[in-house]
Design a protein around this ligand. Structure first.
Ligand SMILES: NC(=O)c1ccc[n+]([C@@H]2O[C@H](COP(=O)([O-])OP(=O)(O)OC[C@H]3O[C@@H](n4cnc5c(N)ncnc54)[C@H](O)[C@@H]3O)[C@@H](O)[C@H]2O)c1
Length: 335
């Protein structure tokens, strides 16, 4: 397969490197509005060439195109690539609006092209393990999901920290819950001002899944330390997932409470049991697993696991959260 990668910035090189490690990939062309960047990237890798700027780049019909540019450009670049006859992979977040996402999904369906969204955490072995643990029922009924994703930077001028980082947490939450939240509330602040486009650098998101299950996501570009910590608490056990732990990212705590005696005024008593560390065998780079899935979906003529609809559901949540953020921070219905 001949691939075109549009966008040779921070993330583009990772896509190129992983594509070239897959046996189905014959060659990769790179296109960027900054021609020098595309040239620099092409020089780093074998079987990689420079393509002209989009939309001219699409004229040399590629089997598949990966869009790795700022989100504001995703919809029009993906539309041009689909119309040129290519299958399309778009980095997260899929588009700036749910309307754009719907249009892309229907265009891809009409042209019978695959459309995939880069929800890379969906393909991460430890996330798959966490989802498997939750789905096995050993945690019991999920009561809450809580996530912190904080770092100093990278500041983006085109989107706020929620559109940049929360897609990762929301992807994991959706895999665990099997559905999007019903309602979402968001508050945030901008502490590091971009001179032209100030964006929120810290956002707290609250998600209502119904049935007394809530989620919370704290995303932060202005943190002194890197944190990627998630808790999934059920009424039987609780799991903690630390994405930056070098060897043991998941721990399952057999902790909880005993029901209080019937008709007594006392609080439940605390129950602390064993703590187990599941083995996570696969250590393949999730980006490679993700791109292999894209190629398999093309070869097998089927929807990829994280298809346009998965991208749309995420955009609908971010859109509702944006409404809340720009308003009074109250709950807004999703979708
Ligand atoms: N999955 C992940 O973990 C992950 C990590 C980082 C970035 N991303 C995503 O990848 C995308 C790109 O992020 P980045 O960090 O590489 O951004 P970046 O700003 O570092 O690079 C973007 C590149 O796109 C080029 N570009 C801009 N508009 C263009 C256009 N119309 N046509 C062609 N090229 C254009 C820019 O010149 C730049 O080289 C974003 O959607 C981001 O959310 C995903």
């Amino acid at each position: 397969m001949r691939f075109l990668v549009v966008g040779a910035g921070y993330w583009g090189p990772n896509i190129v490197r992983n594509l070239l490690e897959l046996p189905d990939v014959e060659s990769v062309a790179v296109s960027d509005v900054d021609q020098a960047r595309a040239e620099k990237l092409a020089k780093r890798f074998p079987r990689t060439t420079v393509a002209p700027q989009a939309p001219l780049a699409f004229a040399d019909r590629y089997d598949a195109v990966c869009i790795v540019t700022p989100v504001t450009t995703h919809a029009h670049l993906a539309t041009d690539a689909l119309l040129a006859g290519s299958h399309v992979f778009i980095e997260k977040p899929m588009t700036r609006t749910s309307e754009e996402a719907r249009q892309l999904i229907s265009l891809a369906d009409r042209l019978d092209r695959r459309l995939m969204v880069g929800h890379v955490f969906h393909y991460k072995p430890c996330v798959r393990k966490l989802v498997q643990i939750a789905h096995s029922g050993q945690l019991g009924e999920i009561r809450y999901l809580d996530s912190v994703r904080a770092n100093l930077g990278v500041f983006r001028p085109d989107v706020n920290v929620m559109w940049d980082l929360a897609p990762h947490d929301l992807t994991i939450f959706e895999a665990i819950m099997g559905r999007s939240p019903k309602r979402v509330a968001a508050t945030g602040a901008c502490h590091v001002r971009h001179p032209v486009t100030p964006q929120e650098t810290i956002v707290y998101l609250t998600l209502d899944y119904g049935d007394d299950c809530i989620g919370h996501v704290h995303v932060n570009w202005y943190s002194p330390m890197k944190s990627r910590l998630m808790m999934v608490a059920g009424d039987q056990k609780m799991a903690v997932y630390d994405d930056i732990h070098p060897t043991e990212p998941i721990r399952v705590y057999d902790h909880g409470t005993y029901e209080p005696e019937k008709d007594t005024p006392y609080y439940p008593t605390i129950r602390t049991g064993d703590i187990s560390i599941p083995v996570i065998k696969e250590n393949e780079e999730p980006l490679k697993v993700q791109l292999r899935e894209f190629i398999a979906s093309i070869r097998e003529h089927r929807r990829p696991e994280t298809d346009g609809n998965a991208g749309l559901r995420l955009i609908e949540t971010l859109e509702a959260a944006t409404k809340s953020l720009k308003g009074d921070g109250g709950f807004v219905e999703v979708g």
